[in-house]
Ligand binder design. Structure first.
Ligand SMILES: [Zn+2]
Length: 312
């Protein structure tokens, strides 16, 4: 049985239709669950479909870039196998050990490490703004990445393969789990609090990732993990917040009324990082943390203020 599972994942990279079916199927299932047990009522600008169309346009571009990286991933993984290079080869790990260590290393580089660089380095924050500017986080937000960010994340993923020496079946198992988690943690669904909290000791839970999408610091600069929550717990970037207090989007760097403007989102990384109109409007969406006036936003220096120009 193990062999047939391994064969399945070993050749998954060559079956783009099946991979796409996993992504589309996951999106559709969570899209339906969002309607049944929503985490919070979202106020779409025009409609849920119009919001999804913008995010899915970014998703399609991301998947095309990712398919390009697929070739490099296979080549690099094969190279580590012939050269016996990487942690799984150096430690002569068993099959299960290889799958676990590969998932951990790939998650660290491709999930946590690439993500924190996007928050800390201004050049990459410019690209990542597109992901955070969504004021209605749902299952379609997961792969709303600027194309340049998709490339940046792809490079970190290759770094993870180089360090771990992951064979292709382990890479594909991790990527399948990652796909499920990206949809699951962005979906506007509500798990019972005890379940969400227990899950977050090891894995990223839906509530945990929503804190990362809160519009103000220091919450935006927390919970960077993609699949495992252990990196945030180890490196002190884990934060919690009550779901009633979460407000999505950014308090600066991007005008929230343009969060469904595809053309402007594409251009954003090439524009000045902080423009005058990039401050959020004084609209209060129900969250207690909503700041009431632009003036108070500008003068904000409390614990929730953005700490550096690079972050958000
Ligand atoms: Zn982020």
């Amino acid at each position: 049985m193990w062999q047939s599972i391994l064969d399945h994942f070993n050749t998954l990279e060559q079956r783009p239709v099946e991979r796409l079916a996993i992504i589309v199927g996951g999106l559709l299932i969570l899209w339906m669950i969002e309607g049944a047990i929503p985490l919070m009522p979202l106020r779409y600008r025009k409609s849920k479909v119009r919001h999804a169309s913008v995010n899915l346009a970014f998703t399609v571009i991301h998947l095309i870039i990712h398919t390009g990286f697929g070739v490099l991933i296979v080549l690099l993984s094969d190279w580590t196998k012939t050269e016996k290079w990487g942690i799984v080869h150096w430690l002569h790990l068993s099959l299960v050990g290889t799958i676990i260590v590969s998932a951990l290393v790939l998650d660290f580089f491709g999930g946590w490490f690439s993500h924190i660089t996007e928050h800390k380095i201004p050049l990459f924050w410019r690209m990542h703004i597109i992901h955070h500017s969504d004021t209605n986080v749902d299952v379609t937000t997961g792969l709303r990445h600027h194309p340049l960010e998709s490339v940046w994340r792809g490079l970190f993923f290759l770094m993870g393969i180089l360090v771990s020496g992951s064979p292709i079946y382990a890479v594909m198992i991790y990527q399948t789990i990652l796909t499920v988690f990206v949809a699951f943690t962005h979906a506007n669904i509500s798990l019972p609090l005890w379940l969400d909290k227990s899950l977050s000791f090891l894995m990223v839970s839906p509530n945990m990732h929503k804190v990362h999408h809160h519009w103000k610091q220091p919450f935006t600069d927390s919970n960077y993990g993609a699949v495992f929550s252990i990196w945030d717990r180890m490196f002190g970037t884990f934060r919690t917040m009550k779901k009633e207090d979460i407000r999505y989007g950014l308090d600066r760097y991007y005008p929230e009324e343009r969060d469904e403007d595809f053309g402007y989102l594409m251009k954003k990384p090439f524009l000045s990082l902080l423009e005058k109109n990039d401050l959020a409007q004084p609209e209060v969406q129900g969250g207690k943390t909503g700041v009431k006036t632009q003036k108070s936003l500008l003068g904000n220096s409390g614990p929730e203020a953005n700490s550096t120009a690079a972050t958000g």
